[in-house]
Design a protein around this ligand. Structure first.
Ligand SMILES: Nc1nc2c(ncn2[C@@H]2O[C@H](COP(=O)(O)O[C@H]3[C@@H](O)[C@H](n4cnc5c(=O)[nH]c(N)nc54)O[C@@H]3COP(=O)(O)O)[C@@H](O)[C@H]2O)c(=O)[nH]1
Length: 748
């Protein structure tokens, strides 16, 4: 109902309407002011009015500031503004609210995301404008983008992670990644078939059963190793962790991260085994090494001991423990040097026990050795600490007395004699043993230990000559007897017991048959200090000193024993010729001695030939003839050695039972160019033939000599042309391979 205009009612009604409108406007304004979104009235593409939030969104300090602003300026560009208009107005024209999200521009020019909602005030009259509600969703959009990124990343992780990931809710598998399927031998789809089924039904004995069971009772905080089963039945060792998806809401379930560590475990177990094996080997090797080290230690110790022993043996006499010759030499060098520097005296005593050999021969070496040990003790007890008592070997001792002059040395020698007065008790034997001593003084009797010992030895020899059990000082007159001869004589006294002698043999060839009939035994002496000494030199010394008897007996025994060996080897016809010195020959017991040796060796006397020198018969031809007869009667052959150099007469030769003359090599040597020698040799052969005596030429060295001798009718030859004197073994070899040469042919 309408009131008539100008009336009081109308006035009142208008006033009331006005009040209502104002209230409405106030309410509207309050709504706009307090709205949490931006609201603007747009008309004619310009902001007519807006609320404070709208102004704030676009960066204006008050809504008044924004009023009148072209709405296009609130958009990033004109094009986008137009595009919004094109999109919005067709539906707004139908009275619908247009909603969109667009980027808009703040007053500062910065763009931001906004949600827009537009509505025409009156769709019939679009020019009335539109209301736009705008919200700043920039932060919201950013968060959303972050969230979706995070979700994408999570999904990517889930799908591509190289660990198995499974989500469980109350024991039910809700989700799992492909890697877990792969780990357990499932296609992802078939594993998914187990999802959302109660664990008890779904897993039974399936690969995830363990996990499902743990999961049911899980605290959501499991960390450890579990064993899953592969679809094909084998075990998969896993390092597993579980966490509540939301600790505050456990109904959200839990996530399990599973890493297949089967390979690692396998490698670990192999490593553990390898390490154990390595440790075993190391400990074995360590044991071996420690054993080796122990052995090495032992070896070093042994070697040290051996070296000490070697050193000891090289410096000490093993029987008496006294220094030996080497040690004596070392000590004396020092002592002599001091004596020379300080001009002090020094004496050397050479001590040899009288008739010690007799003890050895009669009571045996054991007693001899013990006696030597006792004597050594007494010698040592007599001298001072700084003196040296050395044993050279056998029964010979040398005392080196630094600081001792003639008087001092004589005093020591006297004490030694005195000490030897007391008998030695060896076992049940009471033995007396006296020394003979020679004293040499430094420097007059020698400037080094060799010459001092030599002089003392010579003096000792004179002490022995002067009746033994005494001492003598060395004097230059003692040199009257050649030092060399004395040396040889002294050395010879020890040669037999030290086995220094050997025999060599030289074949004697029959010039009629070419056969080796006999071999001549020739003595060799290799003296350790003096070297090889020729028998031409030492036999006369041995004869002079009387030692030829012992030596000669040794030669006879040795040669006959060797002949026995050759006979046993099959050379029964072989004979041996032994040189007999005149002194030996004159021994009345000679035939008996030789007979005994032959008997002992079971050698027929016919196999032995004795070579005598022409001189044997000079002094007592009668006795010589008797000895020769006795020898010959026993069957032994006798020959005259070195024939032509002595004084044999034809009449003598006729009387002697000689079967062979050995023509001295001095006639043979020059046969080729000395007609006298040829004449002599010819005469000897003729003469011998006339007497029915055979001839042997000595020292045949050439074919020409041999030819001549054969032409002359010489029966035998001996010399380097056939063979030098050689060892018994070499003779055995020669006999074994020997082929008698034809008389007219060369023997070589
Ligand atoms: N009473 C003893 N006398 C012996 C003994 N052993 C050897 N002797 C005598 O010593 C002298 C030297 O003998 P040796 O040095 O052995 O010389 C002999 C031969 O080696 C040597 N010879 C032999 N063939 C040749 C040769 O062709 N040329 C050459 N230059 N020399 C040669 O001649 C020596 C032979 O001696 P022998 O026949 O006895 O004359 C010597 O007088 C030996 O007798 C022994 O045990 N007891």
């Amino acid at each position: 109902m309408s009131l008539p205009p100008g009336t009081a009612e109308q006035e009142l009604s208008l006033a009331a309407a006005h009040v209502d409108l104002e209230r409405l406007l106030r309410e509207q304004q309050a709504l706009l002011n307090s709205a949490g979104v931006g609201i603007a009235f747009i008309r004619n593409r310009a902001v007519v009015r807006c609320n404070p939030h709208f102004a704030k969104i676009f960066g204006f300090s008050s809504h008044e500031q924004i009023a009148g602003i072209r709405s296009a300026s609130l958009h990033p560009s004109r094009e986008e503004f137009k595009a919004l208009g094109r999109a919005a107005y067709p539906s707004m024209a139908q009275g619908k609210t247009f909603k969109t999200e667009r980027r808009m521009r703040r007053r500062s020019g910065h763009l931001f995301w906004a949600s827009l909602s537009g509505h025409l005030i009156n769709p019939d009259t679009p020019l009335d404008g539109a209301i736009w509600i705008i919200d700043d969703i920039d932060e919201q959009r950013r968060r959303k983008a972050l969230l979706s990124n995070a979700l994408r990343e999570k999904q990517l992780l889930f799908e591509t992670a190289a660990v198995g990931i499974a989500y469980f809710k109350q024991g039910m598998l809700t989700r799992c990644n492909p890697h877990l399927g792969n780990m357990l031998g499932f296609e992802p789809e078939s594993l998914l078939a187990l999802t959302n089924i109660p664990a008890s039904i779904a897993y039974g004995t399936s690969p995830l059963s363990v996990l499902a069971q743990i999961s049911i009772g899980s605290t959501g905080n499991f960390e450890g190793e579990i064993t899953l089963r592969h679809r094909q039945g084998h075990n998969i060792e896993c390092e597993a962790r579980s966490r509540w998806v939301d600790p505050l809401d456990r109904t959200q379930g839990e996530v399990w991260i599973l890493m297949d560590i089967t390979e690692r475990k396998h490698i670990q177990s192999m490593l553990t085994k390898a390490q154990a094996e390595l440790e075993r080997q190391v400990s074995e090797r360590t044991n071996q090494l420690s054993e080796t080290i122990q052995t090495l230690h032992q070896e070093v110790e042994d070697r040290k001991r051996v070296q000490e022993r070697i050193h000891w043996m090289a410096h000490y006499d093993p029987l008496t423990g006294l220094p030996n010759r080497t040690f004596l030499a070392e000590r004396s060098k020092e002592a002599i040097a001091q004596a020379r520097t300080n001009q002090t005296p020094l004496a050397v005593i050479f001590l040899d026990l009288d008739r010690f050999k007799h003890v050895n021969d009669s009571l045996g070496h054991q007693v001899g050795d013990e006696l030597l040990q006792e004597i050594a003790k007494r010698l040592r007890a007599v001298v001072r600490e700084k003196d040296t008592v050395a044993r050279l070997g056998g029964d010979e001792f040398v005392l080196l007395l630094p600081g001792a002059n003639a008087q001092g040395a004589a005093r020591v020698a006297g004490k030694l004699q005195e000490a030897s007065l007391r008998p030695y008790q060896i076992g049940h034997h009471e033995l007396s043993m006296a020394p003979s001593m020679g004293i040499a003084l430094f420097p007059q009797d020698g400037e080094n230990i060799e010459s001092l010992t030599q002089s003392a030895d010579v003096a000792m020899y004179h002490a022995k000559l002067d009746g033994r059990n005494t001492y003598r000082f060395f004097t230059p007159q003692m040199h009257a007897k050649s030092v060399r001869a004395l040396q040889l004589e002294n050395a010879m006294r020890r040669a037999l017991e030290r086995n220094e002698f050997t025999l060599h043999y030289q074949p004697q060839i029959c010039l009629h048959t070419g056969e080796i009939r006999s071999v001549e035994a020739l003595l060799r002496w290799n003296q350790p200090e003096l070297g090889q000494i020729s028998p031409a030199e030492f036999i006369p010394v041995a004869e002079d000193s009387g030692q030829i008897l012992q030596i000669g007996e040794w030669v006879l025994r040795k040669a006959i024993t060797q002949l026995q060996t050759w006979h046993q080897e099959g050379f029964q016809k072989l004979k041996v010729a032994v040189n007999l010195s005149a002194i030996q020959f004159h021994q009345p017991q000679l035939p008996e001695l030789i007979g005994r040796i032959l008997l002992e060796s079971e050698i027929s006397p016919n196999s032995l030939e004795l070579e005598l020198t022409e001189g044997v018969a000079i002094s007592d031809p009668k006795a010589a003839t008797l000895t020769m007869d006795a020898l010959r009667e026993s069957g032994i052959w006798l020959s005259i050695d070195d024939f032509g150099t002595g004084y044999s007469s034809l009449s003598q030769l006729k009387r002697f039972q000689i079967y062979k003359l050995k023509i001295d090599q001095s006639f043979i040597r020059d046969l080729d160019h000395d007609s006298n020698d040829r004449a002599i040799v010819n005469a000897i052969i003729r003469m011998a033939q006339a007497l029915g005596i055979q001839t042997t030429a000595e020292g045949v060295e050439t074919q020409a000599q041999l030819d001549f001798l054969r032409d002359q009718g010489c029966d035998e030859a001996q010399g380097y042309w056939f063979s030098k004197p050689v060892s018994a073994e070499q003779i055995s070899a020669l006999l074994a391979s020997y082929k008698p040469w034809l008389p007219n042919a060369s023997p070589k």
